[in-house]
Each structure stands twice: as structure tokens, then as C-alpha cells.
Unconditional design. Structure first.
Length: 367
């Protein structure tokens, strides 16, 4: 095919959000004889600070959109890229996605919309401005990539979108030298932003209820209000069975992950998508405990069709505690779940596997 150019539009490479992390990893690691990635940064140029007034945020957002529009227009007009691959976090960013695909149509550039969020069905059906934007925007793209089967099945059921929606999972660099030796399942960690909808309060209550030597490490930043609530819930268990360790550098957090028997993410966060922390835990040989939200059931379905992790009921400390106790009482079966999880991440979510999938879509679009 020769060396084609693929323009990759995203929400930027700075920051630690899911889309930014994906973009940074993709740009740094994708290698192909057929395609070269050229990055156009679509992140907010003016910060869009939460403490700014609503009017200021709207004005800054529109000014950002204008700058982004002309940046992409210049790129498409001068360099004639054959593909525009747009990563989106949804919400009102869909307005940007609409204007970008109109540009792609104008300059005869094929377009991919890569949705890095897990509430597409809810947004589409809810009504209002966002629903209207999605209904106007999605049919204009040549290919739509989503993270989970729920989103794929729903969007493909819409006549205008049928056949153009595909699942494209997130990826991770998988190291083959992983410790899969037997565990006791007495050490647990939560790694990420400490927010209530990630299930942190229920997790704390679950571990406190066990009272059997199980330890929990909470690793990540928290607001003052949440830190106060956590301190109240943990009580006298702080420093004994439960440790709040605060924000840690990424390499230190990964080191903790490698030491832990269970990585817990009992999330019911409304915009949960395809948690990188679960991929990291699977690749490090830890047992994953989570809730059936967004792509998580797909992630924890083993290659053989069974489970490769623990799925618990959302907002239920009892369900979390029961799952932990099951692992502690059935260590051989829990060890097998970990082995299947490592097989799943190696087979389906490694960089080479997912990058080949992306390349296949690029080739398909160009015939």
C-alpha cells in the first residue's frame, strides 16, 4: 500500500484523563509500514476552569472550537490526509465532532469517530441537546469505534448506523514475566481518584466488616470533603486494616498493584468506559473485583467465555465482602481467574493486537 498518512485528532496528550492517556500511548507506540500518525491537538486552549462563570466557560469553549476548526481545516486542506481519526469523550465535545466531520466531508477525507466513554446509549436516548447532536453527528462518520458491546449493539440497531459501528478496546503494554503464583487474597488495593461513585465507601465498609486480617490500601487523590468522610468511615481501622496513602507517582502505584492480591474498582460512575486500571491489574497478575458497568463485563469475560474476575453488585458492601470471602476460601479457583485474566489481556488487549485492529480499519476505509 505504501506509506499513507493518517491524521489523528484527539483531546490532547497532556493530563491524566482516559482519552489523553490513550492518545499519548497511541502516538508513542504505534508503528506501521502503511500509516503515519499526525497529531492535531484538540484540547481546550483556555483551560475551561470549573471555577469560572458559566458565561465565561461558554465563551472560552466557543473560541476554542473556532481555533480547533481552523487548525484542522488547514491540516486537511494543505496536506490532504486520507483519514481523520477523532478521539472523543462525548458530552458537548460532540459539537466539535460534528464540525470536524463536516470538514472531513468537504475535503473528501475518510472519518473515524472513536468514542472513549461508556454512556452513549443513555446520552442518545435521553433527549435534549446532546441527544440531538449525537443523532446529527454519528451518521456522518464512516466508522464509529466504541469500547463495549452494549454501545455497539445499541448503535448498530439504528438503521442509519447499522454496520458502521465496531468494538475497539483500549490497549496496554503486556509484559510476559508475571507472577501468577498462589495468593491468599488478603491484600486489596483501590488505585485511582477517590470519589464516591467509584465505590470507595462501600469498599471500606466491606473490608471493615470482614475483620479477618484483610488489608485495604487506598491510593489516589481525594477532595477535602471526601477525605473527611473516609476518615470518619475508617475510624480506628486507619493504619491497621485500612491505609489511605494519597496520590502516588504512576510507577509507585503500579508497584503497589504488583504486590496486591486483589485490585478493587466497585464502580458505578455514570461515565465509566474501559478502565485502564483494570487492564493494568490483569496484566500484573492481580485478581480484579469490579461492577458490571460499561465495558467491564466484556473485559472480565475470559477467552473461553467464562469469567476472569469478580463482578459484584453496585453500591453493595455486602456483595463486595462476599466476593472477597469467596476468593479467600476458594484460592485455587481464584488463582485460575487470575490466569484467565492474564490470558485475556495478552490475547485481546496487548498493543500489537489492538494496533493491528486499528490498521485493519484504516486499510478497509481506503479500499
Amino acid at each position: 500500500m505504501g506509506s499513507e498518512m493518517c491524521i489523528r485528532d484527539s483531546s490532547g496528550t497532556s493530563g491524566n484523563g482516559g482519552t489523553q492517556t490513550w492518545t499519548r500511548q497511541y502516538l508513542n507506540n504505534y508503528k506501521s509500514e502503511d500509516f503515519e500518525l499526525v497529531h492535531v491537538n484538540l484540547s481546550a486552549r483556555r483551560g475551561l476552569l470549573a471555577e469560572a462563570s458559566f458565561v465565561k466557560r461558554v465563551i472560552d469553549g466557543l473560541l476554542d472550537l473556532r481555533e480547533v476548526y481552523f487548525d484542522v481545516k488547514r491540516a486537511l486542506k494543505s496536506d490532504h490526509y486520507p483519514i481523520m481519526h477523532t478521539a472523543t469523550s462525548g458530552s458537548l465535545g460532540t459539537l466539535r465532532d460534528y464540525f470536524l466531520v463536516k470538514l472531513a466531508k468537504k475535503y473528501k477525507t475518510k472519518s473515524i469517530l472513536h468514542c472513549h466513554y461508556g454512556c452513549i446509549k443513555d446520552d442518545y436516548q435521553r433527549g435534549g441537546l446532546l441527544s440531538l447532536l449525537l443523532k446529527k453527528t454519528l451518521p456522518l462518520y464512516d466508522i464509529i469505534l466504541v469500547l463495549d458491546s452494549i454501545s455497539s449493539d445499541f448503535l448498530n440497531s439504528i438503521p442509519k448506523l447499522k454496520g458502521k459501528v465496531h468494538i475497539a478496546p483500549n490497549f496496554i503494554n503486556v509484559i510476559t514475566d508475571v507472577d501468577l503464583s498462589p495468593r491468599t487474597y488478603k491484600s486489596i488495593a483501590f488505585i485511582g481518584n477517590l470519589v464516591p461513585t467509584k465505590g470507595i465507601y462501600e469498599l471500606v465498609d466491606a473490608v471493615k466488616s470482614l475483620n479477618n486480617g484483610t488489608t485495604l490500601n487506598l491510593i489516589g487523590p481525594a477532595t477535602n470533603d471526601i477525605a473527611v468522610e473516609l476518615k470518619s468511615r475508617i475510624g480506628s481501622d486507619e493504619g491497621k486494616s485500612i491505609h489511605t496513602l494519597g496520590r502516588r507517582p504512576n510507577n509507585e502505584a503500579i508497584a503497589y498493584m504488583e504486590k496486591m492480591d486483589i485490585i478493587a474498582l466497585p464502580t458505578y460512575y455514570s461515565s465509566e468506559a474501559f478502565p485502564i486500571s483494570i487492564l493494568e491489574a490483569m496484566s500484573k497478575g492481580s485478581l480484579v473485583l469490579s461492577c458490571p458497568r460499561a465495558a467491564i463485563p466484556d473485559m472480565l469475560t475470559a477467552v473461553d467465555g467464562g469469567l476472569c474476575g469478580l463482578l459484584v453488585e453496585a453500591k453493595s458492601a455486602k456483595s463486595i465482602a462476599d466476593a472477597i470471602l469467596w476468593a479467600q476460601k476458594n484460592t485455587t479457583e481464584a488463582d485460575e481467574l487470575r490466569r484467565k485474566a492474564f490470558e485475556k489481556v495478552s490475547t485481546c488487549y496487548s498493543m500489537p493486537v489492538v494496533f493491528d485492529l486499528y490498521s485493519d480499519y484504516y486499510k478497509k476505509m481506503l479500499g
